[in-house]
Design a binder for this molecule. Structure first.
Ligand SMILES: Cc1cc2nc3c(=O)[nH]c(=O)nc-3n(C[C@H](O)[C@H](O)[C@H](O)COP(=O)(O)OP(=O)(O)OC[C@H]3O[C@@H](n4cnc5c(N)ncnc54)[C@H](O)[C@@H]3O)c2cc1C
Length: 471
């Protein structure tokens, strides 16, 4: 069994470590931030200093796919999360389109609602109980390497460990789980590797979030959309643990006018009120001082391969360190867990004794299993930004793919089967492709496209939005 160093003790790193420790590997997680998560989610919420996860206190909801995989591959973890206060919820139930109630098979749309610090605490405890050693206050500062030995890839250096703030650490395999801000390109340059091939969206979104707690522990409404997209703005209404929930507005990152306004609580509340039924959601007790803002949220992917040839062996990047997708479609945690499982499976097959085989197989499995999901996200980002641009300019955005997506959303509000197919795709559920391409649905979407083609996206015109929030 191998000695593995995982960098980063947030959910991605912890889940990876747990899976690999379960297989008998000796796993050490190095985490730059010094403090472990407090057990009480309210204390953690108020006091846990965690600069390494800037999104910790912003709206989060894992996809149903994440819950399915967690239950299947990390037995017991979900039970510990619900015991700590996470709430099992069904991604169909809050949707107004479901007329005939939930069917037994709709359990596949279950997901887990909780503040991120609760999920972090429970996963930390589980990792420790599973034999993972977590060292906090230890920052990785670079890679240790030797020239590659195995022909024909002898030019690819082999990573033998890491340099840290407390000295060098040797490892058979280094797993980068340092997230969206992973410094991997500069670490690679320092050992003579030209750096991963990187592609990133030039533009993205900005989140403006606040958390609340309802007085009676119940949500303000029994039916509500988890995400609603107006022309200039989106709104997330996301339940969490212990009667808490979050509201998150989403704008274009380069919408400087809205950014200037929405950082003020009153303007933010005025913008939330523009969404039907959202008023009641502002009545909970506030858990957030001011408005929490995170900008520059776009898609970015790094490939440690030059065509088929690894740039480096002894090192892999997992989860956000490999690819980041825009958060409004909520894929980060599901992708990250799927990626950890890919790593576990290729390690089972190749071990660390075949470093080229290992990283090549990991790269191939990543490309086949996860890249399509990444490209879907980039397509969403491109079209949604274009729609927001068009709306700001006062005309509708037309593109056949986007019209089809909008028609499906419209249909999902009226027809439970369309809703199920749309949600299955959004939650990355197995079989979603077949559901979405069912001939009856394809025909219905085609018919609905005529409605979409004529209209602007819902919600007030941009001038009205600006007027409403200039309070
Ligand atoms: C605003 C926002 C909202 C989101 N909402 C959702 C959602 O609703 N659903 C969803 O599934 N996903 C969501 N995501 C994505 C999700 O947060 C990430 O996919 C997830 O956090 C990935 O976790 P990670 O462990 O890979 O990285 P991170 O959570 O970023 O953690 C990286 C860890 O590495 C540590 N670290 C960094 N540098 C070093 C170093 N040099 N040495 C040692 N340790 C280091 C950090 O301290 C941190 O602990 C959202 C993301 C954002 C930004």
């Amino acid at each position: 069994m191998a000695s593995i160093v995982v960098l980063g003790a947030a959910l991605g790193g912890l889940q990876t470590a747990l899976l690999l420790a379960d297989d008998g590997h000796q796993v050490t997680v190095l985490e730059r931030d010094p403090h472990p998560p407090p057990s009480d989610p309210d204390v953690a919420w108020a006091r846990w200093h965690r600069p390494g996860i800037p999104q910790l206190r912003l709206t989060h909801l894992p996809l149903a796919r994440w819950l399915q995989l967690t239950e299947a591959q990390l037995p017991g973890l979900v039970g510990q999360m619900t015991a700590a206060g996470a709430v099992r919820m069904n991604a169909l139930a809050p949707e107004p389109g479901l007329r005939d109630g939930l069917l037994a098979a709709d359990a596949r749309f279950d997901t887990l609602a909780a503040r991120r610090c609760l999920l972090e605490y429970v996963t930390t405890r589980a990792a420790e109980a599973g034999g993972v050693r977590i060292e906090r206050g230890v920052a990785c500062r670079g890679l240790r390497s030797r020239p590659g030995r195995s022909a024909p890839h002898s030019r690819a250096p082999h990573v033998t460990g890491v340099e840290t703030s407390t000295g060098p650490r040797a490892a058979d395999l280094v797993v980068d789980c340092t997230g969206r801000r992973s410094p991997l390109p500069s670490w690679l340059r320092d050992i003579g590797v030209p750096g991963p091939v990187e592609e990133a969206g030039r533009r993205g979104f900005t989140y403006y979030c606040r958390y609340f707690r309802s007085a009676d522990g119940a949500l303000p409404a029994s039916t509500f959309p988890l995400i609603e997209e107006h022309g200039s703005l989106g709104l997330l209404r996301i339940p969490a643990d212990h009667g808490t929930y979050s509201l998150g507005l989403i704008s274009r990152s380069d919408d400087h006018e809205l950014r200037r306004l929405l950082r003020h609580e009153r303007a933010w509340s005025a913008a939330v009120r523009l969404f039907p039924g959202a008023d009641a959601w502002l009545e909970g007790g506030s858990l957030t001082e001011g408005v929490r803002i995170m900008a520059g949220l776009t898609d970015r992917k790094r490939t440690l391969y030059d065509a088929e040839v690894p740039l480096v062996t002894g090192l892999v990047a997992v989860g956000d360190a490999w690819a980041v997708t825009v958060p409004s479609i909520g894929r980060g945690l599901a992708i990250s867990l799927q990626h950890s499982l890919i790593l576990r499976d290729v390690l089972r097959k190749h071990g660390t004794g075949d470093p080229v085989g290992l990283v090549a197989a990991f790269g191939r499995a990543t490309r086949e299993g996860l890249e399509p999901v990444y490209w879907q996200s980039t397509s969403y980002t491109r079209h949604r930004l274009a729609e927001m641009d068009a709306h700001a300019a006062g005309h509708p955005y037309r593109h056949p793919d986007w019209d089809r997506a909008r028609a499906l959303t419209l249909l999902a509000g009226r027809d439970p089967d369309a809703l199920r197919a749309e949600r299955a795709g959004a939650h990355l559920l197995p079989g979603a492709g077949a559901e979405m391409s069912a001939p009856a649905l394809v025909e219905a979407v085609k018919r609905t496209m005529a409605e979409v083609e004529q209209g602007m996206p819902p919600g007030p015109a941009r001038a009205e939005v600006l007027d409403a929030v200039s309070v």
